[in-house]
Design a protein around this ligand. Structure first.
Ligand SMILES: *Cc1c(COP(=O)(O)O)cnc(C)c1O
Length: 220
């Protein structure tokens, strides 16, 4: 299928209230522009260097989401333009985003990334750490960020029951935190598992290879 067909096929599977983040990592700006021309405005990248190279070459109304692990010392390179940082995995990082947002006289939207996968290779905070950090935010500690919700990645497995368990852990935490604050984004689900993520309550999905095809890390 063509890029256009892939994109439209994904869109056709999303309820109207579910947001699509097109994950464009490793793909050239020409391909991103093609998807932009089909109407897509939200794109996700996981590396600061790649993002800061692509961003100036593409339309300014793209909403860029950082979805990969972010080193504290690199926040300054994206603070001016980033729409949302989905991968906040420490208090130190949130404090730095707050500082950089203030410097640029803006608010930066973020998601707290929670480690839900049983495999321990994935980034993210433990549930207790996430709750503590959110409470500090509610108490006013990070006035230049806007915590919009949670992000998580399930274990890479064929076992759908396990994936579902992990998504539901995140959904339960999201519902709990929603009791005390104002959340609107639950980001979970990728090419292989987004329909299940939506069933489990995702409001935003991050889809790359189902649109662009498999990534070739050797080219970039
Ligand atoms: C690469 C990536 C995705 C997209 O993965 P696909 O399987 O290509 O859809 C989603 N989320 C994160 C955090 C990623 O790094």
């Amino acid at each position: 299928m063509s890029l256009k067909e892939n994109y439209q096929h994904i869109l056709s599977q999303l309820p109207v209230n579910v947001q699509l983040v097109v994950v464009s990592k490793t793909h050239p700006v020409e391909k991103i522009q093609e998807v932009y021309n089909l109407g897509q405005r939200i794109f996700g990248e996981n590396k600061v260097k790649e993002l800061t190279e692509k961003q100036p070459q593409l339309p300014k109304d793209i909403k860029w989401h950082l979805i990969g692990h972010l080193q504290t010392n690199k926040v300054k390179y994206i603070a001016e333009f980033i729409d949302m940082i989905q991968s906040v995995d420490s208090e130190k990082l949130l404090a730095e985003i707050d500082k950089q947002a203030e410097k640029h006289n803006r608010k930066i939207k973020v998601l707290l990334q929670v480690r839900i996968a049983e495999e321990d290779t994935k980034f993210g905070m433990e549930i207790s750490e996430t709750k503590e950090l959110y409470e500090k935010y509610l108490a006013g500690e990070f006035p230049n960020v806007e915590v919009n919700g949670l992000m998580g990645m399930a274990t890479f497995t064929e076992d759908k029951a396990q994936t579902e368990r992990e998504f539901l852990i995140l959904k339960r935490l999201y519902d709990q935190l929603s009791l005390s604050g104002n959340l609107n984004t639950l980001s979970m689900g990728m090419s292989g598992d987004f329909p299940l993520a939506i069933k489990c309550g995702a409001t935003s999905v991050r889809v790359g290879s189902a649109i662009f095809g498999e990534r070739d890390y050797h080219i970039s």
